[in-house]
Design a binder for this molecule. Structure first.
Ligand code: TYD
Ligand code: MG
Length: 478
């Protein structure tokens, strides 16, 4: 008689133990370990039924047949989505898309399905969360109800594979969401790591054998990880996250892993009453409603992948009544802010120790580039001194601990975008893209002290009423 195997599986990272424990040693999660039956992993597939001749076969790299080469990608027809995938869905690839509930994953994927179906491809949308009528209602609301997308409300992976295998294999199949799926080959309860992994494995096998591109929707936990299926992340070909702030309209699709394309590209969308609209020129969106005359704002010429993106950085520096002044950051790395503050104090002659500092990236965007240091420093100095920065100027450059402004990549692309949006001047580090033929005036800054001196020199002309508190050792304008 087959012995039923008991094992204890961490629901967060998938580590397997032979007895229960309170804390997972692999991911340090508390209370994440749950008893599962027959949880030896989904590898217990139909290995014995495989023809043994196929085992260990090798193929020459250069000898790919024409069939394997033709139309490897299917563009979705949504340019911002194709940018993130690297030019369309690769046939037979599996993409995991994670995001907070209500951010718009189902909406985006319904629109992508409809766009592809509109081009004559077979597309299936499998919902494990909503009934077919609900999915259809959403499509109606999006004005897509006339598209030939095949809808199903199903959670059993074997049934799904069976249905999809009938007739011509679909070009795209959407599984919304992987956490609701269950497979008969695994005995654990639906929603457990083992089930999620087993279901994903079955769907991946389906994708690889039929050439259907499969998109798995994954929920995100409170701490921002794609829940449970961290284990799925390494099985799939690409992982993208759909981000955004409930308080703002725009949404960003960000590639985090991509076996067939770049990982630093973003797609920008705007949530409207009629679904997600593409934003082909995000800089204009992020700079809209800018208050040019206010001290404490600087425009950063950033890059997201190959795309330049201009964003406004806002700082507020105010005298603190607390023994330990507050530092609050939205959209940027707090430890990076601490570093810029320290460098400003040590090498810029600015005292911020008794001031609260608030920093935000306007529009709710998240910036991860060190190139934003210079714009952050400019916004901070501007707020502290009450001096508005010149409205037509952009900033970029990394600040070193010595106070030196260090060069960053893709200077020419940043300047070009700034010029396109009507900016006339850029404060840059030395040695940014040796182009030389920019129509935009550039001013090279070598040291943080140059920045502070420049803003202070601008001060008397631009200072607004009530400003000017706090800046120490202001050099006199010459
Ligand atoms: P949904 O795609 O259901 O999110 P997810 O699948 O990520 O959970 O999106 C739901 C949100 O989108 C909901 O708050 C309403 C909003 N929405 C619009 O603003 N306009 C629309 O046309 C649609 C369909 C949804
Ligand atoms: Mg949904």
């Amino acid at each position: 008689m087959a012995k039923i195997q008991q094992s204890f599986v961490c629901q967060s990272c998938g580590a397997v133990y032979n007895r229960w424990r309170g804390r997972c040693e692999a991911c340090n999660g508390w209370n994440t370990i749950v008893e599962e039956t027959g949880a030896t992993g989904p590898q217990t597939g139909p290995a014995s039924t495989r023809p043994s001749r196929a085992r260990g076969r090798v193929f020459p790299l250069e000898g790919l047949t024409g069939q394997a080469r033709e139309a490897p990608r299917v563009p979705s027809g949504i340019a911002e989505l194709d940018r993130v995938t690297g030019g369309g869905f690769v046939r037979g690839s599996v993409i995991l898309i994670g995001g907070d509930p209500g951010i718009g994953k189902s909406t985006l994927l319904m629109q992508a399905s409809a766009a592809m179906a509109g081009k004559g491809e077979r597309v299936a949308y499998i919902s494990g969360e909503e009934a077919v009528a609900q999915v259809r209602l959403r499509a109606e609301r999006l004005g897509l109800a006339d598209r030939a997308v095949e809808l199903a409300a199903e959670t059993n992976v074997e049934d799904i594979v069976e249905t999809l295998s009938q007739g011509r294999p679909p070009a795209l199949a959407i599984i919304d969401s992987i956490q609701t799926m269950w497979t008969e080959t695994v005995e654990s309860a639906p929603g457990t790591v083992t089930q999620v992994r087993g279901s994903a494995q079955a769907l991946i096998r389906f994708a690889k054998t039929t050439g259907t591109a499969v998109i798995l929707v994954g929920h995100v936990t409170k701490d921002g990880q794609i829940a449970g299926p961290r284990v799925v992340e390494h099985m799939v070909d690409a992982v993208a996250s759909f981000e955004g702030d409930q308080g703002h309209h725009f949404r960003i699709l960000r590639a985090m892993k991509n076996r067939f394309g770049p990982t630093d590209e973003i797609g920008v969308f705007e949530m409207t009453g009629a679904g997600l609209a593409e934003v082909p020129n995000p800089s204009a969106l992020f700079l809209a409603g800018r208050d040019h005359a206010a001290p404490g704002t600087a425009v950063f010429a950033g890059m997201e992948g190959t795309r330049p993106l201009l964003v406004e950085i806002q700082a507020l520096v105010a005298p603190s009544s607390l023994g330990m002044p507050r530092r609050a950051v939205v959209g940027w790395d707090p430890s990076r802010l601490a570093m810029v503050l320290a460098v400003l104090e040590a090498h810029g002659g600015i005292r911020l120790g008794t001031h609260d500092v608030y920093l935000t990236i306007a529009g709710g965007l998240r910036v991860a580039e060190p190139a934003a240091d210079l714009a952050v420093a400019a916004a901070l100095v501007s707020s502290l001194s009450g001096t508005a920065l010149p409205a037509e100027t952009v900033y970029f450059g990394e600040i070193g601990l010595s106070g030196a402004i260090r060069p960053v990549s893709q200077g020419a692309a940043r300047l070009k975008e700034a010029q396109k949006l009507g900016f006339a001047r850029a404060m840059t580090p030395q040695g940014r893209g040796e182009d030389g033929k920019q129509a935009i005036a550039t001013e090279t800054l070598r040291h943080i002290a140059d920045l502070v001196a420049g803003i202070a020199a601008d001060g008397p002309r631009r200072r607004v009423a009530g400003g000017g508190r706090g800046a120490r050792r202001e050099p006199e304008p010459d």
